[in-house]
Design a protein around this ligand. Structure first.
Ligand code: GCU
Ligand code: CA
Length: 612
């Protein structure tokens, strides 16, 4: 949904054009290949010393700006068509070139590194052609000259980098949420003091859940587990995880570090058990031995079972024991969420099994560990916290897990191939589990996760090929993609900035909930989620999120109103440009919106307007 670049505006026009019915387009003609060695060459020579070219050779221009190759391309009719330049760039820097058609500048094409001079790849662009001959020219803008250029194919994408993977922008909905302030949390501080401004928040609250028939709980990454009165207001401390853990507690580097999540056992009222995950560093890195670790760990993610002596007591007292400890090589993408399936019935197969989403520790971008089933990184795990048949003897491996008994595969694994499996929830209507998965270059995806699924990271990002050597772009799926068995998002949006290469573009999905039984009828049957940085709130219709294939459900962006009914944004409600949005749901099925920026929670108390 990139709209700032000229190419994307063009792509959007093309999509609109196609939706409006058939139109004249040169793209409908069969692709035509033009060899670069037959084109007009400005300050370059034809060579054949690097294998893999087509025709009799490729063009090697001098290493200087202004070198160029000019093709004469015939179009039967006027219309927009795809150009695919086949090239090799054996250096690490891009060899940017200006693309002109009939003298008019169309784009600056990055021609990023292909890794070697014998690795050929396609650089695509979408351009308007006139009927008859057209002059298509690429001119080097850097002092390195052009990449080695093999050919130009007109009318096919050639499998090259995609500049706008999801051209459809979210649909502006006529429906607006009414948010009523519900609770204000006290200020909290990370330890050690942060150096990253994104960690300087009023309170790093990140979830709201309610026990069946009981209290509402909210964790703060900086250490405290709070309870809230039924009608909101002032939180009370139930447990200080930071104080209990002591000097090893660590929440000052990495957006997800600290006391990240809490999940209460479905039988908490009688057994007093609940589970937390938090990060440790300092002395723990040498004194504690992780069950699994990445090389040179900088934090440990710890899974703990707590047993309250009196489950009804207002504050925790009781015992705790460590179930699992993982060493992460960076501060990114650690253990994100823990949860029990609320739809599991007592005595049923899923009852009392704990789902644990484990990020790739920031490593999948450069290695294949998310696909490696002998390590827990980049996986959704499912364990029996009351069992003991795991390697460390502190928890059980459910016999119903998908890979149990396979040699070299961890029985704990429920699903694989994840980068940052950030928030998941179960639809109370259908029982489907929806995961909000935060992407690398571009794709913020909602997945319908089932036992044994493979989300594809880091071979795929969403339904696109991820190339670990390309810091910028995603690529189209190969023809034999089905043989890999990857599972793709059922809804997604993409980052909206200059294509690739710019790091954090300020987009990250905040997974939410399918709304079923809450007090706001207009939301029923809709999965409500958002972008946690921007504070956008989206919905998709649950029935339109269809598993299998690459189709995406239409995504709608909701308006936001304050309790007085005035149109606002989450940025204004949160008083900050970085909202740090999260969602929560209570037992009645009512939805809550959280912001770390000012440490507030709002309840969704109504809607204005109407969908879509
Ligand atoms: C090497 C390579 C050439 C290439 C050149 C360049 O000399 O063999 O094919 O064109 O680098 O940097 O442009
Ligand atoms: Ca050259």
């Amino acid at each position: 949904m990139r709209t700032r670049s000229g190419t994307a505006a063009l792509a959007a026009l093309l999509v609109i054009g196609l939706m409006g019915g058939p139109r004249a387009s040169a793209a409908s003609a069969a692709p035509v290949l033009y060899e670069a060695e037959n084109a007009t060459i400005v300050n370059g020579v034809v060579e054949s010393n690097h294998a893999g070219y087509t025709g009799t050779g490729f063009v090697n221009t001098a290493n200087t700006a202004g070198t160029a190759v000019e093709f004469t391309v015939d179009a039967a009719t006027a219309g927009t068509t795809t150009l695919a330049f086949r090239y090799a760039n054996g250096t690490s820097a891009g060899r940017t070139a200006t693309l002109t058609v009939n003298g008019a500048t169309q784009a600056n094409l990055p021609f990023t590194s292909t890794g070697s001079w014998t690795a050929w790849r396609s650089q695509n662009a979408s351009v308007p052609l006139t009927a008859g001959p057209n002059t298509v020219r690429v001119t080097a803008t850097t002092a390195d000259g052009l990449a080695n250029l093999d050919s130009l194919t007109v009318g096919a994408d050639g499998g090259g980098p995609i500049s706008d993977p999801i051209p459809q922008a979210p649909i502006a909905s006529g429906l607006g949420l009414v948010l009523t302030e519900y609770a204000q949390f006290p200020k909290s501080d990370p330890v050690p003091a942060p150096t990253d401004s994104r960690l300087v928040r009023h309170a790093r609250i990140n979830h709201l859940s309610q026990l069946p028939g009981g209290r509402r709980f909210v964790p703060d990454l900086n250490g405290k587990l709070y309870t809230l009165p039924p009608n909101g207001g002032t939180p009370a401390t139930y447990l200080d995880v930071r104080a209990a853990v002591g000097s090893a507690f660590f929440s000052g580097r990495g957006l997800g570090s600290g006391f990240a999540f809490v999940a209460f056992h479905p039988d908490f009222a009688t057994n007093g058990r609940f589970y937390t995950t938090h990060t440790e560093a300092f002395g723990a890195l040498t004194s504690q031995r992780p069950d699994w670790t990445q090389s040179s760990p900088v934090i440990h993610g710890v899974l703990t079972e707590w047993t309250a002596t009196n489950p009804a007591a207002a504050t925790f007292s009781g015992t705790r024991r460590q179930l699992l400890r993982l060493g992460f090589g960076t501060y990114l993408h650690g253990i994100q969420q823990l949860d029990f399936n609320p739809g599991a019935t007592p005595g049923g197969a899923d009852h009392g099994l704990l789902y644990v989403s484990v990020g790739d520790g920031g490593r999948g971008v450069s290695d294949t560990s998310p696909q490696n089933r002998s390590v827990p990184f980049g996986k959704m795990l499912r364990i029996d916290p009351r069992g003991s048949n795991s390697a460390n003897g502190r928890y059980g491996i459910p016999a119903s897990n998908p890979f149990v008994g396979r040699p070299g595969v961890l029985g704990e694994i429920y699903a694989v191939g994840m980068r940052d499996p950030h928030r998941f929830s179960w639809d109370r209507g259908t029982g489907r589990m929806f995961l909000g998965h935060i992407g690398e270059h571009d794709i913020e995806g909602v997945y319908d996760v089932r036992s044994g699924d493979n989300l594809g990271w880091s071979e795929r990002e969403g339904a696109f090929v991820f190339d670990r050597n390309d810091p910028c772009y995603l690529y189209p799926l190969p023809g034999d993609d089905a043989t890999f068995g990857y599972d793709y998002p059922v809804a997604a949006y993409d980052h909206d900035g200059p294509p690739g290469c710019t790091g954090d573009l300020g987009r990250a999905i905040a997974g939410g909930f399918v709304y079923r039984t809450g007090s706001v009828p207009a939301l029923r049957g809709r999965y409500v989620f958002g972008d946690l940085v921007q504070g956008w709130i989206f919905y998709t219709n649950e029935t339109q999120m269809v598993r299998g294939g690459t189709a995406l459900a239409p995504l709608h962006r909701l308006k936001i109103h304050n309790a007085a009914g005035n149109l606002v944004t989450m940025k204004t409600l949160a008083g900050h440009d970085r909202v740090d949005l999260r969602f929560g749901m209570d037992q009645a099925g009512d939805l809550y919106v959280l912001s770390k920026a000012n440490g507030k929670i709002w309840k969704v108390t109504g809607t204005l307007g109407s969908a879509p």
